[in-house]
Design a protein around this ligand. Structure first.
Ligand code: HEM
Length: 445
């Protein structure tokens, strides 16, 4: 009998496809959002409009709300998703894979530590908890960042999403480092970061961490869904560089001594971010028909497209305010910065988590096999979140026009709808997890 011989096939290391901590990251993100960040989003405006006497704690709780939403809801969701997708994108095992459960424990401890300790800083023991929380969060972010950078770095020249994901990973640890350095300086008589440092921190969180991740995953998934040409890795690297530089300048504008120089620096940063965002949108193809999606999954395209409409609104707003600050030397009003942040937080980031989640979270994605799809659920999420975004931004615009505390009624209405949206999304996910599991191929190749 003839023996068949041939050249030896080189063995590739197995790709870590099964990140066991992934469901826990998603579960923790939703738990913190439903029980923490969105509850505070409702209580803060109610406290303001009904004149509950929270004193200086109101400002500390506003920062706790922002931190729980950015670090908890979006941060844990993004970290879990990125740790799952990076090895698939790069075609190599995840670096430091065994440390991902430890990173999650540190992140949760850090987030809850700051959320409890900051508003109660006058209570004995709380300063130590605040500092321990900041260190735990820095350590957790450090592990996630290292794992992502080591996994993606070898593919940075050939893989389109890599530069943006690497910028996002760097932004994640940078914001934790800034918080760890600045939080020890706050005092019980005003238990909040001063507005210059807080503004810089929020800039790094929004434009150096969350937005790059959102664009990186979009570059991988959306050109496929909408049959559009994906950007080259070089183009993606240029967009990442503009975004990183823009975030740096905007943060510097917050930290410089107030005056026309600081305002112009911040304005230039906002302009650069806007240009990077508009260029990125042009590479997604979201305006085209979603012909590569099964008909039962096309509802998710509504959420994704709406997220991109809001991203265009945010880009135009950044362009307008950035250009205004650059020409006039006057700073961008705080109410505008608050409005832009919530267009992004609700209209873009949360909307895209819902839309991409329907397509990419294994438990939700498997329902594509179901005849009839899940149109009612998609429209409910869309209606709740779109109206929450409009109402929340109305609150900011009213503040910019000098309206009194009555404007918080709009914000409270937004909080009610936002809480309903996130609770409904968590419910659909829990419900879908109970269903029997068919074998699901990953959507993004
Ligand atoms: C409908 C839902 C929401 C409502 C009603 C709401 C309400 C508020 C309120 C009242 C403030 C304080 C504003 C001020 O300083 O006067 C605030 C700040 C903030 N919110 Fe929201 N919010 C919502 C959703 C979100 C989401 C989803 C995110 C992020 C994912 C977010 C991130 C932030 C951030 C980062 C701040 C700034 C906190 C700081 O000053 O450090 N919010 N929000």
């Amino acid at each position: 009998m003839a023996t068949i011989t041939g050249p030896a096939v080189p063995m590739r290391p197995p790709v870590a496809r099964d990140d066991r901590s992934f469901p826990w990251y998603v579960g923790a993100a939703l738990g913190i959002a439903v029980l923490g960040g969105f509850v505070l989003a409702l209580l803060l405006p109610l406290a303001a409009v009904l004149q509950w006497d929270w004193g200086v704690r109101w400002r500390a709780l506003a920062q706790a709300h922002g931190h729980l939403q950015i670090g908890g809801w979006l941060g844990l969701f993004i970290a879990g998703m990125a740790l799952r997708l990076a090895p698939r994108f790069a075609g190599r095992p995840l670096a430091l894979a065994r440390l991902t459960p430890l990173a999650l424990a540190l992140l949760i401890a850090g987030l809850l530590g700051r959320a409890v300790a900051q508003p109660l800083l006058d209570v004995p023991g709380m300063r130590a908890l605040l500092l321990a929380g900041a260190v735990a969060e820095l350590a957790g972010c450090g592990i996630v960042t290292l794992a992502l950078l080591r996994t993606l770095a070898p593919a940075v020249r050939t893989l389109t999403p890599a530069p943006l994901l690497m910028l996002g990973a760097t932004g994640l640890v940078a914001q934790a480092l800034l918080a760890a350095v600045w939080l020890p300086a706050i005092h019980a008589d005003y238990p909040a970061l001063p507005s210059d440092r807080n503004g810089a921190l929020l800039t790094v969180q929004f434009f150096g961490f969350v937005l790059p991740f959102v664009l990186g995953v979009s570059f991988r998934a959306l050109p496929t869904f909408f049959k559009h040409t994906a950007p080259s890795p070089r183009r993606a690297a240029l967009i990442a560089a503009a975004l990183g530089l823009g975030a740096g300048l905007t943060a510097a504008g917050s930290l410089l001594t107030p005056g026309s120089g600081a305002a112009r620096t911040g304005g230039a940063g906002m302009l650069l971010i806007a240009v990077a965002v508009v260029t990125a949108i042009a590479h997604t193809g979201v305006w085209k028909h979603a012909e590569r999606l099964r008909p039962s999954a096309r509802g998710a395209a509504l959420l994704i497209r709406t997220g991109y409409v809001w991203l265009s609104v945010a880009a135009l707003w950044l362009l307008w305010d950035g250009a205004g600050a650059l020409v006039s030397g006057d700073p961008v009003p705080a109410a505008h910065a608050d409005g832009i942040r919530h267009v992004l937080a609700l209209g873009v980031f949360t909307m895209l988590v819902f839309g991409m989640g329907q397509l990419m979270l294994p438990w939700l994605a498997m329902r594509r096999q179901r005849p009839g799809g899940y149109r009612g659920e998609t429209w409910t999420l869309w209606a709740l979140l779109s109206s929450a975004t409009v109402l929340r931004v109305t609150g900011s615009l009213l503040e910019a026009r000098g309206a009194g505390t009555d404007r918080y009624w709009w914000v409270a209405a937004a909080g009610t709808l936002g809480l309903a949206a996130i609770a409904f999304f968590a419910f659909t996910l829990l419900h879908a997890r109970r269903a029997p599991k068919p074998e699901i191929p990953v959507i993004v190749r």
